[in-house]
Design a protein around this ligand. Sequence first.
Ligand SMILES: [Zn+2]
Ligand SMILES: [Zn+2]
Length: 356
Amino acid sequence: MAMMKTAYFYGGEDIRVVEEEIPSPGADEVLFKVMSAGVCGSDLHNYRGHRTREDVPWQQGHELSGVIAGLGEGVTGLEIGQRVGIEAEHLLGCGVCRLCKDGQYHICLERGVRHGAKQSSHGFSQYDVCVAENVTVLPDDVSFDAAALVDCYSCGVHAMNRVPDVSGQNVAIIGAGAIALTLGQVLKARGASKVILIGTREQPVEVAVASGAADVGVVIASGSDPVEAVLAATGGEGAVVTFETVGGQSQLIQQAVEMTRRGGAVSVIGLFTKPQTIDPVLAMEREVTIGWSNSFSSWKGESEFATSLGLLASGRLNPDPIVTHHFSLDEIGVAFATADDKRESGAIRVMVRPNN
Ligand SMILES: [Zn+2]
Ligand SMILES: [Zn+2]
């Protein structure tokens, strides 16, 4: 019986790598060898003890890419050995509800459920299976790491699709993590004239500017007032769209409104875990639209995953500087510690390579 290594998460820092049987693909499923899997901010919620789960232990790793190793019954158009990008399985829709029929499967009430069971991707594993519809063959010049970042790029594409056209416009991004940097690159690829990116520390903001994710970097630690900095960079007007990517316990939606131009929009991508206080008078005066952006799915009939992959293949995105660290599956504890302590490690996106 062929065996593999996979990581189980027990909550907090308790992560155990065990040996188990390689899964076999069911009907319409694909077995793949995982080549790269990113450690996402959402993976860190449990690691930091912010959220507790009932399904202990669980497996995770939803930003992933690999090589096809087996095909289930009824799978056509794919071959063993192909390099593939994988769309995260927790975003699967039921396929039959109104939202799914509209292509908005990412907000389906039954999101992540298939064959009557909750599905998730297991990138922190040597092999994983997923439904064939979530598999996309990679162009030769898209690396496994870049393909694992398509999940992040797609969140940026989705946020961009939900706001007024950014081409030729000044936009602001609050945050300097992987979502902020991938978003900035997507906005530049779509023709944004100036991207102003705001981070707390110097190093990731420098990477943002050097990697083409931002034209202007604002570092709060060195005394810059983010609102003043955005106004200064936009001739006093403010950003046409401000994207908030931090979330958590902070109060950043109000700040986003303050740096947004009259008639502009705020797009909230960060997941806030605290109620937000917003000055309704200011938002009313400026008639700022505040909207939310959750993951990604499709837009006007086109898969946002495919849009991101197309941008990558065209060479208009620059994924390499965003991936700062690599670890093997046996080092997954170190990988999570590195991703968790960005201040110390300088991590932006940490990749686990389960078959190295
Ligand atoms: Zn993610
Ligand atoms: Zn549905």
